[in-house]
Design a binder for this molecule. Structure first.
Ligand SMILES: Nc1ncnc2c1ncn2[C@@H]1O[C@H](COP(=O)(O)OP(=O)(O)O)[C@@H](O)[C@H]1O
Ligand SMILES: O=P(O)(O)OC[C@H](O)CO
Length: 502
């Protein structure tokens, strides 16, 4: 067993930045610090973050966590970074000054540019290399938008004066005072510019998306020496980087083909490990890199749902039906069991497997008797239905393969899994067990594991997998006929909501 030590996870997410300090080798959390991030919505469908907020909140939580534990830089073997993925920054190499606010993954401003590329027939080539669809969700068209809209930016880029990065890369640049411009393979895989099979930037795609290759960071393993930082007072190495959903996949120890985790935060992201062979989806899932260790890539099929916990926030902030998110389950439990409302939460369009950017939310089944409890239940149930959509698409893609996941148990994490009511419905509608682990901060755990692995303070994946502990298993209790009738109703509701653009 490796020796005791400490590693720090920095989890820079969409709504907040968190640092969690862990004791190795068991990865027991010993201190945590968190800061909210301001969201900027300058126009309909636009979502931006202030780069200095990303940076300042990161430094603040790192320092707070280390102070909270009564430790100093000398006690920290390394930092692991997990980050909101796809969110795009471009900055001046000489000054480190961003040329624009970060364009967040939810930002839809490049929808028309994407539609034009799809109409021109580029989708098959792009999917073959990157595993992705041409959608504003990913970084490439966001980079081009900045170069085209910030005065002088394209010329500066052509002269090699600018750098692009996802949030990990931007933070690493700042942490290392401009000495390191790098990212990891999981973040590179979300840009539309990275060949996930060859593990390198694709020059043809750079030309297609009009992104000069000089902007791009060096791509490394998830566990690697990324540089060192002085922000904690000494020199602390950055030893791990992964996109947050991939970090959660590691934190959930989904190392074997067929294992699947689903994270329920603002949105929901399910990743199914497909082993060292990438699987091309026939059902509009994404093919992505789950992790790259020792230069070997493990792939995943991914389903991305844009609204999960956000539907609960809507109950609270939009409708005022609940005081806190935690009240939603209790309210839902008071709903009439014989009535059923369907909420299709297409507040920002629908993701996998529908990919309908123009669809908007709808509620079906209203009667004179419908009340707050039925709305709450519909908001929680739609998370279960969407998960079944995702998992059905995954199973259809993998039928008969080693990674089929037919018997797999779903490992869940994220803020929303605190809701027993929602987790029970999830098990009911899937007709399969749902496992909630003891450590529910799996994103930070995965980032910490990468740093601990690289530092030699944590065991190899098989050993780490043995430390995963079940907190509660939810078993399906709904009768088969009820389950299928309820799901058929959801499918009808979605069909009525989709636009002709999908
Ligand atoms: N007890 C609960 N029941 C239902 N939803 C919850 C509960 N607690 C938190 N949530 C939802 O979980 C989300 C926060 O989860 P978190 O993992 O912190 O999200 P993110 O990383 O996207 O910021 C919020 O959307 C909130 O509405
Ligand atoms: O920041 P989160 O946890 O909402 O995750 C965002 C995803 O990485 C977007 O792809």
């Amino acid at each position: 067993m490796p020796a005791h030590g400490h590693v720090m996870a920095l989890d820079q997410g969409t709504t907040s930045t968190r640092a969690i300090l862990y004791r190795t080798p068991e990865l027991v959390p010993v201190a945590v610090a968190q800061r909210e991030i301001a969201q900027h919505f300058p126009a309909s469908g636009w979502v931006e973050h202030e780069p200095e907020d990303l940076w300042n909140s990161s430094v603040a939580v790192l320092r707070e966590a280390i102070a909270g534990a009564g430790l100093s830089a000398a006690d920290i073997a390394g930092i692991g970074i997990a980050n909101q993925r796809e969110t795009t920054l471009v900055w001046h190499r000489h000054t480190g000054r961003p040329i624009h606010r970060a364009l967040v993954w939810q930002d839809r401003r490049t929808a028309d540019a994407c539609a034009a590329l799809r109409r021109a027939g580029h989708a098959p080539r792009v999917a073959a290399a990157t595993g992705l669809l041409i959608d504003p969700y990913f970084s490439a068209t966001k980079i081009a938008w900045m170069l085209d809209h910030v005065p002088g930016a394209r010329d500066a880029a052509e002269r090699g004066e600018l750098a692009f990065g996802t949030v990990d890369s931007f933070l690493l640049w700042r942490l290392t005072e401009g000495r390191v411009h790098a990212t990891d393979a999981t973040n590179a895989a979300r840009t539309l510019l990275f060949d996930i099979h060859a593990g390198r930037w694709d020059a043809e795609l750079c030309a297609l998306f009009r992104v000069p290759p000089s902007l791009l960071p060096d791509v490394r393993d998830c566990a690697a020496m990324f540089g060192s930082t002085a922000v904690l007072g000494g020199r602390t190495p950055v030893l791990g980087i992964a996109g947050d959903q991939q970090a959660a996949t590691l934190g959930q120890a989904c190392f074997r083909p067929g294992m699947v985790k689903s994270t329920y935060g603002t949105g929901c992201f399910a990743l199914l490990n497909t082993g060292e062979t990438p699987v091309a989806s026939r059902h509009r899932l994404l093919t992505t890199i789950a992790y790259q260790l020792k230069d070997r890539r493990t792939y995943a099929l991914e389903g991305a749902i844009f609204v999960a916990g956000a539907a609960v926030q809507w109950l609270r902030d939009g409708l005022g039906l609940i005081g806190t998110a935690a009240d939603s389950g209790e309210l839902a439990a008071r709903s009439d069991p014989d009535a059923r409302l369907y909420l299709v939460p297409a507040f920002v369009g629908l993701g996998v497997p529908y990919w309908d950017a123009e669809a908007r939310g709808a509620i079906y089944g209203l009667t004179r008797a419908s009340g707050p409890a039925d709305f709450a239940r519909a908001a929680l149930e739609c998370v279960g239905y969407q998960t079944r959509d995702l998992l059905s698409a995954m199973r259809a893609d993998l039928r008969g393969s080693e990674a089929s996941g037919e018997d797999a148990v779903l490992r869940v994490d994220g803020g929303m899994v605190a809701s027993d009511w929602t987790m029970q419905f999830l098990a009911d509608i899937l007709g399969a067990p749902v496992d909630r682990p003891v450590q529910q901060e799996t994103t930070a755990l995965g980032a910490a594991y990468l740093a601990g692995l690289q530092a030699g303070l944590c065991p190899e994946p098989e050993g780490f997998a043995r430390s995963w502990q079940l907190q509660k298993r939810f078993l399906p209790q709904m009768a088969e006929a009820d389950r299928e009738a309820a799901y058929a109703g959801w499918r009808r509701a979605v069909r009525r909501t989709l636009t002709e653009t999908a």
